[in-house]
Design a protein around this ligand. Structure first.
Ligand code: ADP
Ligand code: MG
Length: 238
């Protein structure tokens, strides 16, 4: 009986996920379709063409984000767990987020040390990108994004700090709630939900402090893996 109940619950989660994904991805798809249709017009000015292309690409990115963030909940446990070099992981995430930072005139200041944690690289990337993206979006007209690490006993601390808009206490308490967004049509309200879930999957913790017009501080702590040199060599070999 127990088994059947568990299976029924899982089915319910999956069917809820499926309907949420299809509902939310339909919107960006419809927008892209509309713009592609308009672009069939042969006498469309080049500026219009460029504008429609940009909107279409943004909407496809949005659909991709929605699917990726939802899928965090579809997989019961990560599949490709390995020992991750946190310095490499953070540097990769910063590389990816840099164009967005440049667009907002945001400077990225780092103080990152070599350290190791266990997890799935793709999921950790998604978590880091969701958080840093929010930070940069909270600094639309310049600011500084600080990323630093610190080893504390058996934990690795990752601190991500922005000098952005900050959040009210009410907003802070709703952070991670599905669909909670203050970005209107530009937001999905799924990024922090997925980020928090990923940290949980890695047996980590996250603390968030925020002050309106001062900024927000994300403190992630993950269980540290202390490994000998041979193992490092084995896991960093390409
Ligand atoms: P989205 O970014 O699509 O709105 P998220 O789940 O990533 O969804 O974030 C939810 C909300 O939390 C944001 O809309 C914003 O109001 C708030 N938030 C998240 N990170 C920050 C931050 N670094 N600074 C200020 N507000 C933030
Ligand atoms: Mg976000």
């Amino acid at each position: 009986i127990n088994k059947r109940i568990i299976k029924a619950e899982k089915m319910e989660v999956v069917s809820h996920l499926a309907s949420s994904i299809s509902h939310e991805v339909r919107n960006p798809l419809a927008v892209v379709r509309g713009f592609l249709q308009m672009m069939q017009e042969t006498d469309l000015p080049i500026e219009k063409r460029k504008e429609f292309l940009k909107i279409s690409i943004d909407e496809i990115d949005r659909a991709n984000d929605i699917i990726r963030n939802y899928l965090t909940f579809a997989k019961p446990s990560p599949e490709n767990v390995e020992i991750l070099n946190i310095k490499q992981e953070l540097e990769r995430a910063i590389e990816i987020i840099k164009p967005l930072a440049n667009m907002n005139c945001v400077e990225i200041a780092t103080n990152i040390h070599q350290s190791y944690v266990k997890g799935e690289s793709q999921l950790l990337q998604q978590c880091l990108l969701n958080i840093t993206k929010n930070c940069i979006e909270a600094m639309p007209n310049s600011g500084v994004l600080h990323v630093r690490t610190e080893e504390k006993h058996d934990q690795l601390l990752i601190e991500i700090v922005d000098s952005g808009t900050g959040m009210t206490e009410e907003q802070l308490s709703r952070l991670g709630e599905p669909y909670f967004t203050t970005k209107g049509r530009d937001g999905t309200g799924l990024g922090m939900m997925a980020a928090i879930k990923i940290i949980e999957l890695m047996n980590g913790k996250i603390q968030i402090h925020s002050k309106i017009n001062v900024g927000t501080n994300f403190e992630i702590s993950l269980p540290r893996v202390s490994i000998v040199n041979e193992q490092i060599a084995a896991t960093t070999e390409e």
